[in-house]
Design a protein around this ligand. Sequence first.
Ligand SMILES: [Zn+2]
Length: 651
Amino acid sequence: MDPLELLSEKLSRPWGVVSHLKGVRDSDALRAAYDECQPEVVAASLRIGQSRPVYDAMVALMADADAWTSLTPAQRRAVECEVRDAKLGGVALDGEAKERYNAIAKELSALSTAFSNNVLDATKAFEHLCETKEEVDGLPRSALELAAQTAATRGGHEGATAEDGPWMFTLDAPSYMAVRSHAKNRALREKCYRAYLARASEFSPEEADNAPLIEKILALRREKARLLGYDTFAEVSMAKKMATLESAEELLENIRATSRPAAERELEEIRAFAAKEGAPEAETGLTQWDVGFWAERLREAKYELKEEDLRPYFQLPAVIEGMFALAGKLFDVDVRPADGDVEVWHPDVRFFAVTDKKTGAPRAYFYLDPYTRPSEKRGGAWMDDVVGRSAAMAAPGSSVRLPTAHMVCNGTPPVGSKPSLMTHSEVTTLFHEFGHALQHMLTTEDAGPVAGINQVDWDAVELPSQFMENWCYDKKVLKQIGKHYETNEPLPDDLYDKLVASKNFGSGMRYLRQCHFALTDLELHARYEPGVEGRSVFDAEREIAKKTTILEAIPEDRFLCGFGHIFAGGYSAGYYSYLWAEVLSADAFGAFEEAGLEDDAAVVETGAKFASTVLAMGGGVAPLEVFTKFRGREPSVEALLRHNGLVAASA
Ligand SMILES: [Zn+2]
């Protein structure tokens, strides 16, 4: 297994760097080089994954009782997972079937790249300039500053200011979300909403339409499944997961049925509030581009909490310092800046070292690329590995190679002389990615193929990340990370109380929407017939929507054309994983609640247990077993529904 790991790294490490740079520092030249190399990379990966001699050797190893029992349980799981993956990678196929399988894999990979390039291009192509103050009424100062900056750097309006404009809006998340939630200008909200939903579709002004790509992707995935002896692609996906199609759909139905009445109540409350405020649209019925705006106004009225009120308290440097302190307390590590030790791809990128608190021994390293850079960096936030922990890859003279991670966010950049001031949701995203990074970095498993996040089932991989999000509502943590950037005053109690009170605001709609995405994904991969006249993917989505939405979609809704998670990412027939893992993470945080969040010693003890199971074992132990070792029982959905106010806390 060790020589295999060495071989694979020769390809995966440099290609990892290229893929990473494509995500954070895209350019025409890089894209051209990437597209040129990608088919060869896919071919080489397939050759390694489909090597019959390697497969036969692993099968023989499993059959050799003496050799097999001499391996550690984690090493055994590494082999078992490899054999399973090799089968799913078509290794058992011969002749024509194998050739066809390889052709499909290549084509799917190119289609995914084309899909996400189309989305990126469509996102970049949209811009809307506002020149009068009336047009930007309601938008918070931070959004106006960003819009003025965009007008200057992108629109060539050199003297643009937040006060006097002009202001340029785009479909990048910080700009789009601000318009959606705050612009009083209904026409502006509608324009941005329609453009967002039409990205890379027949309704977008650009030529590229992702709809035919979606049909091709689904048809090829189905064909691939049949070659492997499965009926549908959903079955192929589930072969590597903790859930089955049945258990996933059962869980989603459970959450959907609980969320829907809550969502209906929420919408009615929003509508009534808009009517009370004299909004004419409340009489004709709120549209998709009204709900976000009025929900935010209702939230402010109900909790007197503006998202923007919190922003001055969350300056990035203090937030990361507090986040590192929390990790230090829970998991017995120190995180220290190590900027300058390595080369970085942009001056904003930071580099950190993680060491053992008691011994001072190094444990891991990570990069943090915090801010949005629309012209070259893709949207969203993610964690990726640079290298993983591995004994086989240890440098001469050391026993193990330590892990290094990338953390990439798209937060609000510093504007002028102000530091980056974050919304609470940007803070949560940062904690989320840090949770992924912690699982990658704090593994104690030396078998590279199952260390850290390697071979952690997809539907369990969000456990540590979503677990970390829970701390963004913990009072002690918020007091530590929330310090006013001018006065250094900690987050006041009344703001904290409002934040907690407003946490579950809109959770019915939120969970219903997640159920919509997840059920649509499973429908498309388990039952939809690609290429059959008369029922498009959009029709299939509409049918699901009857159960999962409470607002009518606009006829030209082409959300699926931008749904990169399932058409250009790893979440195909796996979007449900977010909710599945949320059940696990809510239940895991429940262990801390039971121990007593006010009781430091109990929190530290529970943290140590979390570190020695969930963070340490990585993919070396099956996820259900890891969870059961930590929690003392199998996961329960109760904590998730309770945390989100969907069921009352039991007495
Ligand atoms: Zn995640």
